[in-house]
Write a protein that binds this ligand. Structure first.
Ligand code: OXD
Ligand code: MN
Length: 614
């Protein structure tokens, strides 16, 4: 008996509850129980006994169900239909003002010992957290529906795919999960009779930061999220299962769950090279994953496999193979335009849920950085009338679009392949105004692990808290690692032994600025020029200079044709300032001290080697 069951036994005694679903319309089968899996049935029953919903609604992910729930959400004001001519199938949602981003201070890893969660995670003892959260959930769905959402992360039939069941009292969550995951029968089929599914319970409660917990129980493959309705906290397939629980399972089962986009670069001869890239939240993963090459690269094409999460394991040929477990994009909206990311604009043109952008009467929407100026009669994300003189942003900086991947014109044809795509390169990158050059390549896998582990980035609006401060974010996984970060880095080192043909590892920084605060590199589509060098390195087609940081291109190695840009700025973007680097290495102390007990010694050696090279 695990901690969850012990706590449940204490709370529930012998109470029973009918869990057959109904939708209130006797001739309509929507909502009725749709699985025979005894593990699911008995767990749902126990959760319903705790939450005491008026009704249990078993979701099947079908079109009629989606229409029914969308109608209901619109009737209740959870979704506002947009102008259906202009935005077919699109809806607008406003969150509570206090519930607009992931909350790392409310996110817990509940392992039997604090050591297993490690010094970078909030920890609570599983029995204590179960008691607290089942206590909060008790009777929390009285007078409400409990939706049972079966979902599959990953392509059906993939050995990497995982099944989750999310119980939620939020229609917004159900409708978003239908976009973000493969929802319904497909999940039951993958699971069969097995009880090996992730158990996720979500209760909105009163959406108060006082009662907000996102708790993970890796040993039980269980997640409980209460008091929020914001995507990253409540779409449990995403950060909670795919990264926190996923990283824990990956270590046990010999694979990797990473905060990485996956893209394929096709050259004019049709040769395709796949890379995965880890950037912290809101640092341009979606833009990079959907990059449109500049005119100079006519005949080249970038294909998107994923924009946020990669699950990877060695394939039959010894290369690392990656799948995107998700089925949708939950991307940051402000700054997105036909100039910055046409494929994202195409992706959100239809069947999209927008959250916390600005709303114009008549059913239009707007955000800072959109191609057109703000329409008349605009209301900000809080519903207040807005004009350009308001002095505040109309759209929340972390406002989001939630769109099906199939809307993306550049979706890679291998997106749904169960075996995934072979990864030739891994790219790490942060948002750094100084120090970090535009691009360099690690000398080998272990050096690459050090480069990823010591990655730093300026904080963004994707998480609640101060914006713009440099924090160490190993592999962009600081908020998402479901166990001890030191052990996680050890897992990366171990993977080297089971990947016969490991990808090359790179670091990029699109955000370096000059003395006047201007970006040194144009970014966006022109990142293709750097990507081309990376691909050529992966394929052993181009030389590089050996520098203290790793292999680097000379400024003349980056193709600048067709770009109105001074090569001297590229030289500055590629520059290594030894004094700045000494400070950078000292700044890594914070991480090294924090992880000291569990940090693999290889990373200490790598740091020494870097010092000796400077
Ligand atoms: C995201 C995040 O939403 O990283 O992808 O916060
Ligand atoms: Mn992310």
């Amino acid at each position: 008996m695990n901690y969850s069951e012990m706590v449940l036994d204490r709370i529930l005694h012998n109470s029973t509850l009918q869990i057959e679903g109904r939708d209130g319309m006797s001739d309509n089968p929507l909502g009725t129980r749709n699985t025979q899996n005894q593990g699911i049935i008995s767990w749902v029953e126990r959760m319903a006994q705790i939450c005491q919903p008026e009704q249990v609604f078993w979701c099947d992910g079908s079109v009629p169900e989606n229409e029914f729930l969308t109608r209901l959400a619109a009737e209740r004001g959870v979704l506002i239909p947009l102008d259906q001519e202009k935005w077919p199938g699109c809806y607008y949602h406003r969150s509570e003002i206090n519930d607009v981003a992931r909350v790392e201070q409310c996110t817990y890893i509940c392992t039997p010992s604090a050591d297993e969660a490690g010094p970078t995670n909030n920890w609570a003892a599983p029995a204590d957290m179960y008691s607290k959260l089942y206590g909060l959930a008790q009777g929390a769905m009285r007078g409400r529906r409990m939706y049972v959402v079966p979902y599959l992360m990953g392509p059906p039939g993939s050995s990497l795919a995982k099944v989750g069941i999310e119980l939620t009292d939020s229609i917004y969550v159900v409708l978003s999960m239908r976009i973000m995951t493969r929802m319904g029968e497909i999940a039951y089929r993958q699971l069969g009779e097995s009880e090996g599914f992730n158990r996720g319970l979500h209760c909105m409660l009163d959406v108060s930061p006082e009662r907000r917990y996102i708790a993970h129980f890796p040993q039980d493959n269980t997640i409980i999220s209460v008091g929020s309705n914001y995507g990253g906290n409540v779409l449990l397939g995403k950060k909670c299962l795919s990264l926190r629980i996923g990283s824990y399972l990956g270590r046990q089962e010999g694979w990797m769950a990473e905060h990485m986009l996956i893209l394929g670069v096709e050259d004019p001869q049709g040769e395709k090279t796949y890379v995965a890239a880890a950037f912290p939240s809101a640092c341009g993963k979606t833009n990079f994953a959907m990059l449109i090459p500049p005119k100079r690269f006519a005949g080249w094409k970038v294909w998107t496999v994923g924009d946020d999460i990669a699950w990877m394991r060695p394939g039959a040929d010894g290369r690392l193979c990656a799948i995107n477990p998700e089925n949708g994009y939950f991307g940051v909206v402000p700054g997105t335009s036909y100039r910055s990311n046409p494929n994202a604009m195409e992706s959100m043109k239809r069947d999209t849920i927008f959250t916390n952008v600005a709303y114009a009467s008549g059913g239009d929407i707007w955000w800072e950085g959109k191609d057109n100026p703000p329409p008349e009669n605009l209301f900000d994300w809080q519903g207040r009338p807005w004009s350009s003189s308001s002095g505040e942003k109309a759209a929340h900086p972390n406002s989001r679009f939630c769109s099906p991947v199939t809307n993306n014109p550049a979706l890679d044809p291998k997106f749904g392949h169960p075996e995934g795509v072979p990864i030739s390169g891994i790219i790490f990158g942060g948002r750094r105004a100084t120090v970090l050059p535009l691009v360099f390549q690690a000398f080998n896998w272990i050096h690459g692990v050090y480069v990823g582990a010591t990655m730093g980035s300026e904080t963004t609006a994707a998480a609640a808290g101060a914006v713009g401060q440099v924090r160490r974010d190993p592999m962009a996984m600081l908020p998402f690692c479901g166990y001890n970060m030191g052990a996680y880095l050890g897992h990366w080192l171990k993977m080297r032994k089971i990947i016969k043909r490991p990808p090359k590892i790179f670091h990029v920084n699109w955000f370096r600025k000059d003395r006047n605060g201007r970006f040194l590199w144009p970014g966006f589509g022109d990142n293709m020029r750097v990507l081309k060098w990376i691909i050529d390195r992966c394929r052993g087609r181009v030389g590089a200079d050996e520098t203290p940081l790793g292999w680097m291109p000379a400024a003349s190695d980056i193709d600048l044709e067709g770009l109105d840009y001074d090569r001297a700025r590229l030289e500055e973007a590629l520059g290594i300032d030894v004094e700045e680097w000494k400070k950078e290495i000292l700044a890594q102390d914070e991480l090294f001290l924090r992880l000291h007990n569990d940090l693999p010694s290889e990373l200490h050696y790598q740091r020494e080697l870097l010092i000796s090279r400077l």
